[in-house]
Design a protein around this ligand. Structure first.
Ligand SMILES: [Zn+2]
Length: 190
């Protein structure tokens, strides 16, 4: 099982720093002389705070610690990400969750506030995907690669641009949510 460990693949720390600086997130602390650089960012424990509106489920899941996936929390996340129409959970690529966690963590470190992730869509069976108008027949949601959602109190544009800065997959900006996935690098709607 692979995950973003800062060893080269996946999320690029430097680009995340510069993008978030450009977004002005560090501007919330004008007394700071220099931007913070978090050397431990991709080796620190990863705890995702998430809320699923259709089901009312909410939790804090520390799914990665000491270089490995924490299976109990991970399975809880997979359950939360399930296709709620079909009632089926599928395996997820951890990098899909690392993207969401990375944005949440960075905002927290810079602002001191954990903005909960409001998940609006995760895994999809083909039968569910067919019911969604405009959904790609090869959607990353079918592969356990994608999430749709937003961060409470964070502008959708900020989320989309921060996710894009990781260069870790696809980012799409919609009216009420941002789509992120760990597939090919591409953007739309931004
Ligand atoms: Zn999506």
């Amino acid at each position: 099982m692979t995950s973003m460990s800062g060893s080269g693949n996946g999320v690029n720390r430097r680009s995340a720093v510069s993008a978030l600086l450009a977004l002005g997130l560090c501007g919330a602390a004008p007394a700071r002389a220099a931007p913070a650089v978090y050397q431990d960012f991709w080796i620190a424990p990863r705890e995702l705070w998430v809320y699923r509106k259709e089901t009312g489920e909410v939790g804090r899941y520390e799914y990665w610690r000491d270089g490995q996936i924490q299976l109990e929390a991970w399975y809880e996340i997979l359950h939360l990400l399930r296709d709620v129409v079909a009632g089926v959970a599928i395996h997820y690529d951890p990098r899909a969750i690392d993207i969401v966690w990375g944005v949440q963590e960075w905002i927290w470190r810079d602002s001191g506030r954990r903005h909960i992730f409001r998940l609006s869509d995760g895994a999809r069976m083909e039968s569910t995907n067919l019911m969604i108008k405009g959904a790609s027949p090869v959607s990353e949601h079918l592969k356990g690669h994608a999430t749709d959602g937003r961060f409470e109190g964070i502008d959708l544009n900020v989320y989309a641009r921060a996710a894009r800065s990781f260069r870790a997959g696809g980012v799409g900006l919609y009216k009420a949510h941002v789509h992120t996935d760990c597939g090919a690098i591409r953007t739309w709607g931004i």
